[in-house]
Design a protein around this ligand. Structure first.
Ligand code: PEP
Length: 249
């Protein structure tokens, strides 16, 4: 059985005051009615405060990115070790906004994934096609390339600890969601490509869907056999919406 994971990517939202309000809302709502794992990924500056508020709770903490380097002269970067000191357990890597605005390649995402796993963090590795790529009929080619490039050289053990997120770029923050059938088709394809790398890992790796997931569409998406959770952007900024998605599991 794969775990069900609902992760909130706050992006560049969340002052300390906003973080306190949002986390208090999530905590007051109580543990989910399902057995879903809830993760929130606030910006770096809010992680320490979030770790204090979430200590001993049912909500786990994630970061939105990290450096592939351990330490040193990398101005502006944050290492895996630094994240561990503020109780971070998960880290989003290769989000399409990192790939698009910071030119992150599969090779870089792969280096970050290896650094995260070596340090004991669980990477949530994001892949997904653009609208043009989908319209050109290249979805499978694109996501297979991203999958294989981002996971290259991971040991079977490291693969089994990783989480994958399929996020069609055209569905992120646009209000357009892949239909459950469209998303399931890509998730099934990704699982078959994972099986080509390691059969056992393919059955164990949770594949999350991301792209305008809301309380109203979460149930149908999460009902698909190869969709093991959601990576949620906009709707993770409102406690009621995020809890609505978690409770749709
Ligand atoms: C995301 O940022 O990963 C995301 C899926 O955003 P949204 O839910 O707003 O589309």
């Amino acid at each position: 059985m794969r775990p069900i994971i609902i992760a909130g990517n706050w992006k560049m939202n969340g002052t300390i005051a906003e973080t306190e309000t949002l986390l208090q809302g999530l905590l007051e709502a109580g543990a989910p009615s399902s057995n879903a794992t809830m993760i929130v990924c606030p910006p770096f500056t809010a992680l320490y405060r979030a770790s204090q508020l979430l200590e001993g709770s049912h909500i786990a903490l994630g970061a939105q990115d990290m450096s592939q380097h351990e330490k040193g002269a990398y101005t502006g970067e944050v290492s895996a070790e630094m994240l561990l000191t503020v109780s971070v357990r998960y880290v989003i890597l290769g989000h399409s906004e990192r790939r698009q605005y910071h030119a992150e390649s599969d090779q870089l995402v792969n280096a970050k994934a290896k650094a995260a796993l070596s340090a004991g963090l669980i990477p949530i590795i994001c892949i997904g096609e653009t609208l043009t790529e989908r319209e050109e009929g290249r979805t499978e080619e694109v996501v297979a390339g991203q999958l294989e490039g981002s996971l290259a050289g991971l040991t079977a053990d490291q693969l089994k600890k990783s989480i994958l997120a399929y996020e069609p770029v055209w569905a992120i923050g646009t209000g357009k969601t892949a239909t459950p059938d469209m998303a399931q088709a890509v998730h099934k394809f990704l699982r078959s490509r994972l099986a080509g790398i390691d059969k056992e890992a393919a059955t164990l790796i949770p594949i999350l869907y991301g792209g305008s997931v809301k309380p109203g569409n979460a149930g149908d998406l999460l009902g698909q056999p190869d969709i093991d959770g959601a990576l949620v952007g906009g709707a993770s900024l409102k406690a009621a919406d995020f809890c609505g998605i978690v409770n749709a599991v």
